[in-house]
Design a protein around this ligand. Structure first.
Ligand code: 5AD
Ligand code: SF4
Length: 461
């Protein structure tokens, strides 16, 4: 496994290349557009860090930018179509500014058929780089600036390979008080519908020391809400197991919350639940995707647990970690899912009582086993199930939130938005309150009213 770490000499080389670009980047601006999950947001912060190292000033306005990098998501077709339409919109800007560079990275860049499509239909894209290439961005920018042809930096990730981990490149974070820290990359689970293991390679974990140092620095710099990120954080495999890592992070002195995303139900251990129960600095929120309720569908999905096992695990978490909120992901209309199979999904929702469900219509992904299964469910039927699930969840979410009325919650302020003052509680609930509190500051709010996806109250301190 040690060969997954990019050697320090390579990082030094990239830093030298970045310094050598400073003359070319005087007064130049760069923009990173991010699609998809928190892992991509964290990757974009590394990309932004590397761009600044090259001398670019960062902007969020593509029309001001000399370089635009689009960090893409491939999880569902809808996500890919959004990326392609966003890329299409940059064509006009490039016609106005011929020297503008456009780059594509992220999960779509790892898909061969998408790369070919980009080559064919988006000739104004100047460079493409894969999910393991962030640390080489200075070299990529240098080649894109000097080449008349498109440049591509992608390593296909064969199923038995890990990909890399790079440390010590700068990170430019979007927020000054809440952020994500990747603790591992890739996934070994091969759920039959999912493209992630095909594009991001096998699981590999950052070292315990690197993670602890990063979180320590964040806490010292005033970060209050830190999310440990990985496709399946429970299989973190550094010098300690995930519960050990989490306990040590929670023991760092300071007033902050630590969260994690995402957990696979088959790996969420009793040890982890105990560590959470014992430590208030670990946020009272657990995201535990169950995907489907029917045992036959779960087995076709290659999930490794049954409906009953999931329900028991979820209820056990609720019982042991007082006041915890539970969220989940659900896929509607996986191949061969019948109406009665779907009723099992609704049954899990009723039995567990989630605070939040992220539901998705099944989207066939090229190269995954589910995409070629017989018995694909018609789109209208998938949408009907999605709507039925949403309706049930809206009722459950309101009931769950009503429990908080009369309680005082500690809330991390996100400042104001459209004249409302809002923040998040440890349970990751949106809380609206009555007076301004500086963003990034904790405050106490007495909850007076519950809505399905927000709580409303008064600041008490
Ligand atoms: N179709 C629909 N939803 C999907 N997800 C992953 N792959 C697919 C797909 N092919 C969902 C799962 C996962 C979340 C991040 O995206 O619910 O947990
Ligand atoms: Fe995809 Fe399953 Fe891995 Fe999650 S655990 S990233 S759903 S393969």
């Amino acid at each position: 496994m040690s060969n997954v770490f990019v050697p320090k000499s390579e990082i030094e080389k990239q830093k030298e290349i970045a310094a050598g670009l400073h003359n070319a980047t005087v007064n130049k601006k760069a923009c990173v557009q991010t699609y998809g999950c928190q892992q991509n947001v964290a990757d974009s912060e590394r990309i932004a860090g590397a761009l600044r190292l090259c001398g670019y000033e960062l902007t969020t306005d593509t029309s001001q930018a000399d370089v635009v990098i689009i960090n893409t998501c491939a999880i569902r077709e809808h996500a890919e179509l959004r990326v392609l339409s966003g890329t299409g919109q940059l064509k006009k800007q490039k016609e106005k500014n011929r020297d503008m560079l456009i780059g594509i990275c992220g999960c779509m860049a790892q898909e061969k058929h998408r790369r070919e499509q980009i080559k064919r239909s988006y000739p104004y894209v100047d460079f493409i780089f894969g999910t393991d290439m962030h640390h080489r961005l200075p070299e990529i920018i240098r080649s894109a600036l000097s080449s008349k042809k498109r440049v591509s930096f992608v390593t296909e990730v064969p199923h038995n390979e890990f990909g890399v981990i790079s440390e010590d490149m700068p990170v430019l974070r979007e927020s000054s008080y809440k952020t994500g820290v990747s603790i591992m990359y890739g996934c070994n689970n091969f759920c039959s519908y999912c493209v992630v293991p095909h594009v991001r390679g096998r699981e590999r974990s950052r070292s315990y020391d690197d993670i602890l140092n990063e979180v320590n620095t964040l806490v010292k710099n005033g970060y209050k809400d830190i999310t440990l990120l990985g496709q399946n954080v429970n299989s973190y495999n550094g010098e300690l197991s995930f519960p050990g890592l989490l306990a040590d992070i929670a023991a760092i002195p300071g007033d902050f919350w630590v969260r994690f995303m995402t957990s696979h139900p088959k790996d969420a251990s009793d040890e982890l639940i105990n560590v959470m129960a014992e430590n208030e600095k670990i946020a009272r929120h657990f995201h535990l995707p169950f995907q489907a309720g029917n045992d036959r569908i779960l087995s076709l999905m290659n999930r490794g647990y049954s409906k009953q096992q999931y329900i028991e695990k979820a209820l056990n978490i609720k019982e042991k970690v007082k006041g915890i909120s539970l969220s989940t992901d659900v896929i509607c209309g996986f191949p061969t899912e019948s109406e009665s199979d779907f009723l099992d999904t609704l049954d899990v929702v009723r039995s567990v009582g989630f605070d939040m469900i992220y539901s998705f219509v099944y989207s066939p992904r090229e190269g995954t086993p589910a995409a070629v299964m017989e018995g694909q469910v018609p789109h209208e039927e998938k949408v009907r199930r999605f709507n039925a699930l949403t309706e049930l969840q809206n009722e459950t979410a309101l009931k769950n939130n009503e429990v908080f009325v009369g309680q005082t919650l500690k809330v991390l302020s996100d400042g104001s938005e459209n004249d409302a003052y809002i923040g998040r509680s440890s349970q990751n609930k949106i809380v609206a309150f009555d007076k301004p509190v500086r963003e990034g500051v904790f405050t106490n709010v007495l909850i007076e009213k519950a809505q399905p996806y927000a709580l409303v109250g008064k600041v008490t301190d």
